[in-house]
Design a binder for this molecule. Structure first.
Ligand SMILES: [Zn+2]
Length: 202
C-alpha cells in the first residue's frame, strides 16, 4: 500500500489535486488533469508513483495563466487522449474529444453523452434541471455527490453509475487521505448548498 502522506511535499499539493492523484494511482479513475501552482512538485510526485504525464501546459484564460498536467496510470489510457508529444485531445473532433476525455476521466458514459448533448444545444445542463426537481421533491441530494471532482457533470443527481463511481472514490480517498476527502467534500458542499438555496428561493 502506498503511504501517500510520506511522499516528499505531499501536504504542499492542494487537496483536490491530491484526491485526483490518489484515484488515478489506486486505479479507480483512469486519468486526470490537474492545475497546481507548483508543477515541479506535482510532476515529481507523479513520477514517484509511476504515473504517465504530459509536460506542463500553459492555459491562458481571462488574463490568468494556469499550468495543467494531464496524467494516467496506464499508458494505453494516456495515449488515447494525448499526442505522441504529449499534448491535448485536438486529434478528435469536438464531440469525440469530449467523449474521449470523459472516458479518460472515468465519468460514466451516460453522463458524458448528456454533457455532449447539452453543449451541442447550448442548453442548461440536464443535471441542473434534475437537481432542481429533486430538491423540490425531496429536499436533499445524495451524499455521494460531495465526492464529485470539479469537472464532472452527472446526467442526473441520482444517476446509478455516478453514485456507484463516487462511492468507490469516497472509500478510496477516506482510506488514503482523509484530509483530501474532507476538503473535496467541503468544496462540493459549498456549491451544492449555494445552488440549492438559489433554486429554492426562485
Ligand atoms: Zn449518468
Amino acid at each position: 500500500m502506498v503511504e501517500y502522506r510520506k511522499l516528499p511535499g505531499w501536504k504542499k499539493i492542494n487537496p483536490y489535486t491530491r484526491a485526483e492523484i490518489i484515484l488515478v494511482s489506486e486505479g479507480v479513475k483512469p486519468g486526470a488533469t490537474s492545475g497546481d501552482f507548483n508543477e515541479e512538485l506535482l510532476i515529481s510526485t507523479l513520477e514517484r508513483l509511476d504515473i504517465y504525464h504530459t509536460e506542463p501546459e500553459r492555459i491562458e484564460s481571462k488574463g490568468k495563466v494556469k499550468i495543467t498536467v494531464t496524467y494516467a496510470k496506464l499508458k494505453s489510457d494516456f495515449d488515447a487522449v494525448t499526442y505522441e508529444e504529449g499534448k491535448g485531445v485536438e486529434k478528435h473532433d469536438v464531440d469525440e474529444g469530449h467523449r474521449a476525455l470523459g472516458k479518460f476521466y472515468g465519468y460514466p458514459k451516460c453522463c458524458v453523452d448528456q454533457y455532449v448533448e447539452d453543449k451541442k444545444n447550448s442548453r442548461t445542463s440536464r443535471f441542473v434541471e434534475k437537481m432542481k426537481e429533486l430538491i423540490e421533491k425531496e429536499g436533499e441530494y445524495p451524499e455521494e455527490l460531495e465526492y464529485l471532482v470539479p469537472s464532472m457533470t452527472p446526467c442526473d443527481p441520482k444517476c446509478p453509475d455516478t453514485l456507484k463511481t463516487l462511492r468507490t472514490w469516497k472509500e478510496t480517498l477516506e482510506k488514503h487521505d482523509p484530509d483530501a476527502a474532507k476538503a473535496l467534500r467541503r468544496f462540493n458542499k459549498k456549491w451544492l448548498e449555494e445552488y440549492l438555496e438559489k433554486n429554492l428561493s426562485k
